[in-house]
Design a protein around this ligand. Structure first.
Ligand code: CA
Length: 219
């Protein structure tokens, strides 16, 4: 499942969570509400959220992108890690899912840090490029897999040198490693993984947390 780390058994995962995750109550409530949702598999794991929070703090991020909001966990975990004048530009096409997100952002008191754009992310990102290129510190890509390559290319323009692009679901439930699986989304992720491996514009690491998280630091 995408909402927990692949490849470790439940017992070990429970232990990992018990000694590492310090999830604020508002995030726990959001995670539990999202678990009841038919698309709950799109929710990121709490250990991944906390890892992203740590990354954002490590690089001193103030301005970030959240591409694929769903019920708002990743935008919220990042917003909570940003300084008071920090900003998350959040992109999603679903007004329905993001109503849940907005409710929790309000509850957590960080709505003022999050600008939500309900539109195809490629439009929102393209509109930002002329005026906000190289002004973002961090970007999280977790939207439709068919758009991943375009989102990555836009993020490379929007993130500053030394900034970080995090790309979710790059292990795709293990399907990327099974050559018999040739559906469109699997092929898109496989192609992006191969491209990133050779991409001299970034420094790279693929972390096996959640469903696989690639970290690409813009050079
Ligand atoms: Ca995801």
């Amino acid at each position: 499942m995408a909402n927990q780390t692949l490849g470790i058994d439940n017992n070990l995962r429970d232990y990992l969570l018990s000694v590492s995750v310090r999830e604020p109550e508002v995030l726990t409530q959001l995670r539990h509400e999202t678990a009841q949702h038919p698309m709950a598999i799109m929710q990121i794991a709490p250990e991944q959220g906390q890892f992203m929070s740590l990354l954002v703090q490590l690089i001193g991020a103030k301005k970030t992108l959240d591409i694929g909001v769903f019920t708002g966990y990743s935008a919220l975990v990042v917003a909570l890690a940003l300084p008071p004048d920090g900003k998350v530009v959040a992109c999603d096409v679903s007004d329905e899912y993001t109503q849940i997100a907005r409710r929790y952002w309000n509850k957590a008191g960080v709505s003022n840090k999050i600008d939500l754009y309900i539109a195809p992310a490629i439009e929102t990102l393209s509109n930002l490029i002329p005026t906000e290129a190289e002004t973002f510190d961090f970007a999280f890509i977790d939207a439709d897999k068919s758009g991943y390559n375009d989102y990555y290319e836009c993020c490379l323009q929007l993130v500053r040198p030394g900034g970080l692009i995090a790309i979710d679901n790059v292990l795709w439930f293990g399907r990327v490693a099974d050559e018999e699986i040739q559906d469109n989304r699997t092929k898109k992720i496989r192609a992006l993984n191969a491209k990133l491996h050779q991409d001299a514009r970034v420094n790279l690491s693929l972390i096996p947390i959640g469903d696989g998280l690639t970290l690409a630091m813009k050079r």
